[in-house]
Design a protein around this ligand. Structure first.
Ligand SMILES: *Cc1c(COP(=O)(O)O)cnc(C)c1O
Length: 466
């Protein structure tokens, strides 16, 4: 690892992290409350989990034991802002310095708005107009805190199906000692997304891969295990990194508080999560374990429906399928990497707190059109998958009139102008954050879908050039 553990504030959190492949981690989330369990020898500090990304045995880090929210927040959470949630929730997970780094990173609005019968949590007001800004910005600040003290360096290697890459590039660019290499599937991202990915930024290399997102993700995993690349000190910014996942808990706490306080929701809140890699959902379940009362989840998927089939008992754990291309391309994931976390932390309860639904492209476009016609509200295709799943859930649920449905809106509609125009006839106005990419210089490199090619590209020139 890079930092000096003994001197590091990020080791000050009380919670330790354990690989999902450590035999004893099956009980890490639930039974692990307060007790370290038998895998303690291999448990690591937050800083180590953050800098490694993936555990040496190939597993993902999960917290050993989850602390409860302050009692008054369990009854009725009353945060004043998202940074306030960070400073309250994160210290046991990240140490106080980590919590402050995240609070600083979350310097944009995350409003809850009413859209017809639903509440919508707008997660797209960050610098790249997608919810991935929350995790990416937090992660960048956390890593800077960890490597900065030791004067170390690290290379962030990211596979992206669209929004992660630009959020990560934006969050890390210009941070001393940190470099980013992005892999994205050729033809697998929208024009606007690609424009953001290839915008030239200091310390960032973008690779367009001749393959699918799953190829990109596999290459990243192989690179982490590759001894030849060890010198680059690779680390991950995908949702496999616990440092990105934990900050995503915060907006669940925030949104539930808004629903209860500002919108008067008293009964069950069904949180609808447009899902791909299941990172967002994993963070939601962790947030629920903090003690959010009367909350359940609806995982909304496009045609990449492995997790829904799993929830319905139609697919075995890890019996994944190849990904297929859809309009909601940031959710085109055949083999969701966070399934391993969900399976380890919550396996026995998954089916009791989560339901799933599958929304095809036709229904996605129809929901985009209806939402605009009825409410004058433009949404991206991912958000539309969530809104459609919410509408179906309400129609199915006879007592559902009392339940609040809170849909996570994961990207600004202007990131997907073609789909929005096709569904509604309207071209969404890009927010200033997006408009700036049109004028930036572009820089991208081609790559075949193999570790061999990635390795030679990464070693072809020093990443830490001037
Ligand atoms: C990444 C992404 C998702 C899916 O989130 P996961 O954490 O991968 O499940 C949904 N919508 C958008 C716009 C995204 O960028």
């Amino acid at each position: 690892m890079i930092g000096d553990a003994a001197a590091s504030d990020l080791t000050a959190g009380t919670i330790r992290y354990r690989s999902t492949r450590d035999g004893s981690s099956a009980s890490a989330g639930a039974a692990g409350r307060g007790s370290a369990g038998s895998g303690v020898g291999r448990d690591v500090t937050f800083e180590e989990a953050l800098l490694r990304g993936l555990a040496p045995d190939g597993g993902l880090y999960v917290p050993v034991g989850i602390p409860m929210l302050p009692p008054e927040w369990r009854v009725r959470p009353t945060p004043s802002s998202l940074p306030d949630v960070a400073l309250t929730v994160l210290p046991p997970f990240t140490g106080a310095a980590g919590a402050r780094a995240v609070a600083d990173a979350l310097d944009f609005q995350v409003p809850v708005v009413r859209v017809g019968d639903d509440l919508v949590l707008e997660l797209f007001h960050g610098p790249t107009a997608a919810f991935k800004d929350v995790g990416a910005r937090s992660l960048a600040r956390l890593m800077q805190a960890a490597t900065g003290r030791a004067g170390g360096t690290a290379t962030i290697l990211v596979a992206t199906s669209g929004d992660t890459g630009s959020a990560v590039a934006d969050a890390f660019s210009g941070l001393e000692g940190l470099q980013v290499a992005l892999l994205y599937p050729n033809g697998g991202v929208s024009r606007v997304q690609e424009e953001q990915l290839v915008a030239a930024r200091s310390g960032v290399r973008a690779f367009r891969v001749e393959g699918t997102f799953d190829d990109c993700q596999r290459m990243v995993k192989e690179a982490f295990a590759d001894p030849v690349l060890e010198a680059l000190r690779l680390t991950s910014a995908n949702s496999i990194n616990i440092g990105r996942l934990l900050p995503q808990m915060l907006y669940y706490v925030w949104a539930v508080a808004q629903a209860r306080n500002a919108f008067g929701s008293t009964g069950t809140i069904e949180i609808v999560v447009p899902s791909g890699n299941l990172g967002n959902l994993a963070a939601g379940l962790l947030a629920q374990r903090l003690g959010l009362n009367d909350v359940r989840f609806l995982s909304a998927h496009n045609a990449n429906d492995y997790f829904v089939r799993y929830l319905r008992g139609e697919a075995q754990p890890f019996e994944f399928a190849p990904s297929v291309a859809t309009l909601s391309n940031a959710m085109d994931v055949g083999a969701p990497s966070n399934f391993e976390r969900l399976n380890t932390l919550f396996s026995s309860d998954l089916r009791s707190v989560i339901t799933g639904d599958v929304v095809d492209d036709e229904a996605t476009l129809r929901r985009m059109r209806l939402t605009y016609e009825r409410h004058g509200y433009l949404v991206c295709p991912h958000t539309a998958v969530g809104l459609e799943a919410a509408a179906r859930s309400r129609a199915r649920d006879a007592q559902g009139a009392g339940a609040t449905r809170l849909v996570l809106s994961t990207a600004h509609p202007a990131k997907f102008p073609e789909s929005v125009r096709r569904a509604t006839g309207v071209t969404p106005e890009p927010p200033p954050a997006l408009a700036r990419f049109g004028t930036m210089e572009k820089r991208v490199e081609q790559l075949g879908p193999t570790l061999v090619e990635l390795r030679s590209a990464l070693l072809s020139r020093p990443l830490f050039d001037a």
